[in-house]
Design a protein around this ligand. Structure first.
Ligand code: NAD
Length: 231
């Protein structure tokens, strides 16, 4: 039986593809206040601002290409049973070749009904405008999990992490909950790696079998994948 690898990724893995992270910019995301554009309260206050913001993010993501970190993680599938759990809303893991990707915080390329969250539509790289409606006649919104909303995939994700033989974290500040709590579901015996340009070394070293790699995602992931493919 193949060993199971679970990978938790955040915005840092897509930084080298030209997609901005937000923590580094003091709570600003591409110049916007995160709580105004990525919270349920922000949506109720100014839906047009939120739609415009995500329309720009969707266009950015469509123009970006997967980088070496995405494609190297996909290569692990040749030898391991790999699940990627990403906080990212872009589709660079899929375009990099990964086949099992859980999007904890939703997907830019999907719209959903504001009346019934089960009504989800693939919109590709297209914009959502005020007045675009679902089949029940309600406004469409991005299928994104905002601050102030439940994360429906948390249970599936925590179960995946609890079954991991190897757990790899890439490019996340581990500040956004509940996603950040996933780290604590990994078995004590699992080998763990964190790859980040500015990891919280003190905190990470308290976790058993954690290897801290303070490097860019492309270089750090290549190094770990090389080791795991040859090990
Ligand atoms: P974050 O912005 O809070 O943290 C980014 C992390 O990546 C930091 O720890 C930083 O040190 C690290 N980093 C930056 N550049 C890096 C590089 N080249 N290589 C390795 N590490 C690098 O991101 P987060 O923890 O994912 O939380 C942000 C939330 O915002 C997520 O929930 C996500 O939904 C959303 N978001 C998504 C995208 C995307 O889809 N690409 C982009 C920005 C924000």
């Amino acid at each position: 039986m193949k060993q199971k690898i679970v990978v938790l990724t955040g915005a840092g893995i897509s930084a080298e593809s030209g997609i901005q992270t937000f923590r580094g910019a003091g709570g600003l995301w591409n110049g916007y206040n995160v709580m105004e554009v990525a919270s349920i309260d922000g949506w109720h206050k100014n839906p047009k601002l939120v739609l415009d913001f995500y329309n720009l993010r969707r266009a950015d993501a469509a123009n970006a290409q997967p980088n070496l970190a995405h494609t190297e993680l996909a290569r692990l599938e040749q030898k391991y049973d790999v699940t990627i759990i990403t906080q990212n809303v872009d589709d660079l893991h899929e375009r990099g070749g990964s086949t099992k990707v859980l999007h904890l915080h939703g997907k830019l390329r999907e719209a959903r009904s504001t009346q019934n969250e089960q009504l989800v539509y693939d919109i590709g790289a297209n914009a959502i405008e005020l007045g675009d409606i679902c089949e029940m006649g309600s406004q469409l919104r991005p299928n994104i999990v905002w601050f102030g909303e439940m994360v429906p995939l948390m249970e599936t994700a925590s179960h995946e992490v609890s079954q991991a033989d190897i757990f790899i974290i890439v490019g996340t500040s581990l500040l956004v909950y509940p996603a950040a709590s996933l780290v604590h579901y990994a078995p004590k015996t699992a080998q763990k790696y964190i790859i980040d340009i500015a990891p919280d070394e003190r905190e990470m070293k308290r976790i058993p079998n954690m290897h801290v790699i303070a490097n860019k995602a492309s270089l750090g992931v290549s190094q770990v994948v090389e080791q795991l493919m040859n090990g």
